[in-house]
Design a protein around this ligand. Structure first.
Ligand code: F6P
Length: 806
């Protein structure tokens, strides 16, 4: 129906336009031809003036000599050459004799009928010329013709007495042709204006059609993707006229809403045929209930004006764990940090998620601003974060922050339902926010009525690096942290190197027995196993973008270059973002042929901006980007080329997965990183024959992804050369590397990680000497090899976790 309405209004528009253009053409044509007529008339007048002056002498002498036939011949000649009809003489004071002489001088032919010389000489204009002794001209019409009269005063001496007579010479022109000219010019102009109007309309229609067509094609693709359960590509910047732009904006909002409602990743996952890992994970679970405790919640409800938006945070932890919860069900306990979190949860702070088709429960823990400042920003992120990352930012330890950290850990421990403290539960504590939680949970269990019953299995996974004992030793509460963690049954790190550091740290600061054969720590009759579980991503297939979509995306991000490098990070000082921009600068400096042809685009989601070190880093990054752009863009001011584009806002997975595919290169140059899932996501989103990964040797991912260009992020030179080398890589070599990387990412996905972690927890109790935990010693990769000798050779499986007294 709306199509017919649109067609009707388009028809009405064209009819209206037809009227308007016709009217306009008439007006333009009549103005133009009148002006043209005026011009021709003025031309005839000046011709008449020139003629009157030029024949004055010969007429006077012929008249005085009484050679009237010569005057007649002159008129005849003039008639043939010009449009002169005739001429006459009008004496001022005429005697009968003079009149008769003059009558004989009347031109013989062509004198206008009805305008005989006598009456002409009596006309007011002829008299005026004679009286004022000045040239005068005027026009007159009969039925058929139009005349121009030009009166020019002269002096005659026709008698022997030499008496002079003032006389007026009147030249008569035929200017009837002016009407014809007016009509011709009118028709010509009418046609011209009408054709120009039509051309303008056709051009405008064509341009509008192109703009509408590409927008409609996108809208169509978007709708088709949504119907098929696929996340659509972001719509390109709107080229629609301003009146229609709200459609495009509403479409963007609709897509965002549908995506948040339908959770497309789940739809995809459930369609996945090959769910080997899922099956093995479910088997490992043995019907146990899964409880995840993580500071970051998987779904944040946020006010955007009066509307509530659902946000998926930029977090590797969420990326890896959320698919597991969706598939296995259970409970996720997290800090409710969104501005609309309270409104969307029930009285217990619970909400079923994913929002559109819930499969597990999210329980939100409420923290005051003060608690959040002390526990999260303070102790966790100004203390432990810089302590564990070797990025040369000094950790800050405040007693008040430590107190908030302890209190917050207690609050999260209390948030675990009593029913979850039984043996049929698996509690997975996540990250450095909750080092004290495993022990607190064990103690809480001891205080319950059911204290003698078997405890739940508790694991803690540390997503960031673990430093060497000296570095860790500067924390004033290092022993409390270690004791807290050792309340767990299994402690996981991404790499064996970090496991070794942890065991050494326990050895150094605790009265505990370290078993270097089994990689375990026993303290107060409780044994904790320490294992490497390299985390992976959700390897649901990602649709490859077409070449046309690639061009659309480039336009969307304002990329004017042929070669594109991408980066996707939280804006954190550990990610090496400044060094990355400097490397791009150096690369362009060393390879000037790439200036104008290479752009690096960094997606940077704002992170922890309450902390001064983060704000400073972002300011420095923005300044560095500006500096590099100023340096290289002067030659390209017209094209809009920029060598570095910073997109400093939150982007969701739907957008990121296609953004990765734009990157001929992905730069992952963290100064230090537990694993870094961006490296794995980039590889997974790429086609096997496209793209290169440049990866910092100080990330956990570099231990697995050895086909990447492994670089030292502190060496700007090395990174610049790696960019050049990856751009010049032969196609077969690029494909070989990317294929190998993709196989590795797929083989160790998020289910593999969760399945290994959960199996390790269960095995401990069930005395099942099954498949060993697939952790490998990889210290040879690290720039600072541990002082501890490797317990296993690289690639050699570790001993299985065996049962020990609790
Ligand atoms: O890297 C450690 C980590 O906790 C990740 O697990 C997570 O991706 C990231 O930090 C997110 O940080 P935050 O929750 O403070 O934004």
């Amino acid at each position: 129906m709306w199509v017919a309405a649109v067609a009707r209004s388009v028809k009405r528009f064209y009819i209206l336009w037809l009227y308007a253009v016709t009217l306009m053409a008439f007006a333009v044509a009549s103005i133009h031809s009148t002006l043209e007529e005026d011009r021709l008339r003025a031309e005839a007048e000046s011709r008449a003036a020139a003629l009157a002056i030029s024949i004055e002498d010969s007429v006077v002498s012929d008249f005085n000599a009484k050679h009237l036939n010569r005057i007649a011949k002159l008129v005849q000649r003039l008639r043939m050459q010009q449009r002169v009809l005739g001429l006459t003489l009008c004496p001022e004071a005429q005697t009968p004799q003079e009149r008769s002489t003059l009558r004989r001088a009347r031109p013989p032919v062509g004198f206008p009928r009805g305008a005989g010389w006598e009456s002409l000489c009596r006309s007011p204009m002829a008299r005026k010329s004679g009286a004022k002794n000045t040239d005068v001209h005027w026009t007159a019409n009969d039925m058929k013709r139009q005349f121009l009269y030009y009166a020019h005063p002269i002096t005659l001496t026709p008698d022997s007495a030499n008496v002079s007579h003032a006389t007026t010479l009147i030249v008569v022109y035929d200017i009837s042709y002016l009407r014809g000219r007016w009509f011709q010019s009118f028709v010509r102009m009418l046609l011209l204006s009408w054709i120009s109007g039509a051309a303008v309309l056709l051009l405008a229609t064509a341009q509008l059609r192109t703009a509408l067509k590409s927008q409609l094609r996108h809208i169509h693709q978007t709708v088709r993707s949504l119907v098929a359960g696929r996340p659509p590509l972001p719509l390109p910047p709107s080229e629609l006229p301003p009146d229609l732009q709200p459609i495009s904006k509403d479409m963007d909002k609709l897509v965002a809403k549908v995506l948040s409602l339908a959770d497309f990743r789940t739809v995809h996952l459930s369609q996945e045929k090959d769910s080997t890992w899922l099956t093995s994970l479910r088997k490992s679970m043995k019907n146990r209930k899964l409880i995840v405790i993580a500071n970051r919640e998987p779904y944040i409800h946020q006010y955007a004006g009066a509307q509530i938006q659902v946000i998926r945070p930029a977090s590797g932890l969420v990326t890896a764990l959320e698919p597991i919860l969706r598939q296995c069900g259970g409970l996720w306990i997290a800090h409710g940090s969104g501005s609309a979190d309270v409104e969307t949860a029930d009285a217990q702070g619970e909400i079923a998620v994913p929002p559109s088709h819930p499969t597990y429960t999210l329980r939100r823990v409420w923290l005051t601003k003060e608690e959040e400042a002390g526990y999260y920003y303070g102790f966790a992120n100004e203390g432990l974060w810089p302590l564990c990352h070797l990025a040369h930012t000094r950790p800050i330890f405040r007693l008040s922050d430590w107190n908030h950290y302890r209190a917050a850990n207690q609050k999260f421990s209390d948030a675990v339902p009593e029913s979850a403290l039984g043996e049929d539960s698996l509690i997975l504590v996540q990250d450095y926010h909750f080092a004290l939680l495993p022990r607190m949970l064990k103690e809480r269990k001891r205080k319950t009525a059911d204290a003698t019953a078997v405890s739940p299995k508790i694991g803690i996974f540390w997503h960031i690096p673990w430093p060497n004992p000296e570095a860790f030793g500067i924390c004033p509460w290092n022993q409390e942290l270690l004791r807290g963690m050792l309340g767990a049954d299994v402690i996981g790190f991404h790499t064996q190197y970090h496991c070794n550091n942890f065991l050494e740290t326990c050895n150094r600061y605790l009265e505990a027995r370290i078993d270097w054969e089994n990689f375990s720590v026993t303290m107060e009759n409780h044994t904790t196993f320490v294992r490497a579980f390299p985390i992976g991503i959700d390897t649901t297939p990602v649709r490859s973008i077409t070449e046309q979509e690639r061009e659309q995306l480039k336009a969307h991000y304002g990329i004017k270059a042929e070669w594109v490098a991408v980066g996707v990070d939280r804006m954190d000082y550990t990610k090496g973002l400044l060094e990355r921009v400097e490397a791009v600068e150096r690369f362009l400096e060393k390879n000037p042929k790439y200036v104008g042809k290479f752009t690096f685009v960094q997606m940077g989601s704002p992170s922890r901006s309450n902390i001064a070190a983060y704000r400073t880093m972002v300011d420095e990054l923005v300044a560095a980007v500006q500096r590099v752009n100023n340096r290289f863009t002067s030659r390209f001011s017209r094209t809009g080329y920029r060598p570095v584009i910073l997109l400093p806002q939150h982007h969701d997975w739907t957008e990121i997965r296609y953004f990765y595919q734009l990157g001929d290169i992905c730069l992952v140059t963290s100064l230090h990183d537990g694993m870094n899932l961006v490296a794995k996501e980039y590889v997974w989103c790429q086609r096997p024959d496209r793209g290169s990964l440049i990866l910092s040797k100080f990330t956990g991912a570099s231990r697995e992804l050895t086909e990447a260009f492994i670089v030292n992020p502190y060496s700007i030179e090395e990174m610049a050369d790696a960019i050049a080398a990856s751009l010049m890589l032969p196609a077969e070599e690029r494909e070989r590397r990317m294929t190998a990387l993709r196989e590795k990412v797929q083989a160790r996905n998020a289910y593999h990680w969760a399945s290994d972690l959960i199996s390790a927890l269960i095995r401990k109790d069930d005395k099942v000497p099954t498949k060993p935990v697939d952790a490998r010693v990889d210290s040879e990769h690290h720039a600072n090899p541990p002082t501890l000798p490797s317990r296993n050779s690289p690639g050699e499986p570790l001993a299985p976790i065996e049962n020990t007294p609790a």
